[in-house]
Design a protein around this ligand. Sequence first.
Ligand code: MOS
Length: 759
Amino acid sequence: MSASAPEPKRNQGQPVPRIDARLKVTGEARYAADIPLNNLAYGVLVTSDIARGRVNEIRLDEARAVPDVLEIISYGDIDGIQRPQFANASCTSLGPLHETTIRHDGQIMALVIANTFEAAQEAASKVTADYQPEQPSASLGSAGTETIPAKGNTERVQDDPAVRDFAAAFEAAPVKLDAAYTTPTQHHNPIELFSTTALWTGDQLTVYEPSQNVYGFRAEIARQLQMDPAKVRVVSPYIGGAFGSKGPMTPRTAIVALAARRLNRPVRCVVTRMQGFTTATYRAPTRHRIRMGTTPDGRITAFSHEGWELTSRVDNYVVGGTSTTTRLYGYGSVYSRVNLVKADRQTPGYMRSPPEFPYVFALETAMDELAERLGMDPVELRRVNDTMTEPIGGKPYTSRSLMQCFDQAAEAFNWAARNPKPGSMRDGEWLIGLGCATAAYPTNVGAATARVRLTANGKVLVQSASHEIGTGIRTVAAQMAAEQLGVPVDAVEVMMGDTDLPPAPVSGGSNSTASVCSAVLTACRQIRARLSQASVGSHGGPLAGKDPGDLDIRDGMIVANDGASQKLQEIFRALGAGVVEEYAEFIPEGAPQDAVQKLYAGASTLINGSRRSKVQYALGAEFVEVRINVRTREIRVPRLVGAFAAGRIMNTRTARSQLLGGLIWGMSSALLEETGVDERTARYVNRDLAEYYVPVNADIQEVEVILVPEVDHEVNPAGVKGLGELGNVGTAAAIVNAIYHATGKRIRDLPVRLENLIV
Ligand code: MOS
């Protein structure tokens, strides 16, 4: 950018209501499956009843005889579409119709298309299969699984960081802990069901699908259908619940596109809630072994974190492992290793804070156990091991406000009133437990592009193919443009979720606000530079001859610091233009030179906050109160308090909502969520919202979010750390720690249910 571009005063943290709030609450916001199309046909998936084996025969005749059925696509009838490639844009390499081998429960066996949804559904129910079943392996610990090291077996980053001699340090430590933890299979259950709508216009394909990665989907659809990506458009206007579930594409999309091409008619497939459990991804169950050794005063001299994560037979998906837990405190020595356990399940995938949720649960529960063993306050244990440099490479944190978060949350929570003795606090028939834990999430950032247009009448248009997954990204992008161009937020229109717009990265890893706002900021600075340059130029206006660095844009005017000003309209006139438009490419430090070309080709290169020249983390401290009924062991959570530091907060309202939702999800993970897997059949047993437990309003009482001020100019131009995935990290540990405080019973396996507390 031009050094002469003036910098406006930043309206940090304005609690601007979502610019699309009205559309959402009135039902006007159109989700992908709401887009009205003429002559639409409906597709319904047929999925397998076994998890492992072969389909000897699939019988379609009865289904074909159902009135209004148009077509059934099944084995060997797929017009040469290519197998998916397991990568960031595709959740699996399994081509379900490419071969008759069944590798997981509920695998796609056919797509039935009819004139009506009801006819398609009826016909789908009449498809039968003759299987040759084999005994499947259901989960971690089942017979027949295969365990391999993650490192070297996946393209995804898995660094297994280790430094100094852990074994010797652990051996020598006077205080030791060696404990195992587990987290269960979880499913996303977005309220907006998974869906694909495909429409062909000549040789051009438009796909409407809820997606966190429209450019990635475009590239992968084009590859599977062997098309020029320029002829594919992916539109994802609003998304109702994503959190990773709509990040990578599933094999469904290309099959629906194929059906639409064959019928020469738009086809829409809305996946049922039950089929969503097996045709999309889920959170892999994990196991952990943590070993820690400390000095008598609580300094951790030895830290080891080993993990076991479930994956499918066909793909080596890795949750992400230990990159955060091995860097979180100032350990003297570190050992880590992540293992993949291959079972007869579909490939798992991203689910809100994929590695941090399970791995930090294990670490932060272990920290509480260690504090107990040392006779130390759990907050003080974290303070003693706080560090401004991570222990693996000795790299400094760009900023780290962990203890400020602990101090502010502890005060709001009145932690000082806690009697540390387990079982010592009681209110009538309720045992009171107070616990805490650290929340941590790396500041990821990726190359992003944006186009910004300012018109002479003060209207702004922002275009960037990011995705409104419910976080409020449209709103914060509008805020960034508004403050830079001196217009009210409601003068800004934001277009996203469409491959006709300039590309942005996958909306995952909490990178979007940082990446997209940095691109919008860069484009706005280019506009400011052009206008400032014009105002000081030769047309002889009131600002002629001034230093452009002394100018600001406010209320439709360019203003000098001596008070002189000129209306933007006059500058537009002098420029002979009705609009000033700028396109900008933001490439973060550490990104490859061709990161923007890659982005156009559908590959986002997110730079992980633990792997830059300085480490970047958003951090927080979470405190919870649990109450456990003395007789029934019913568990209640009357209070959740979190304090978080995440650099610049673009919008205190949307930030608070993200963190609030995160805390609640963390509580849900601790006490409710688990997908049961039948050990004999490797099938999910609770595939609906009646039996997959999530919290309701009655489960949530007081939730307090504290935003701890933090300024970090090093993370990215926007100064934003990202916090969408921060809030639910640590919560589950804080809850089991509080349960220990209430009952003296240490729970190391999630979810905790009242039956686990009956001695
Ligand atoms: Mo998030 S699980 O990175 O979409």
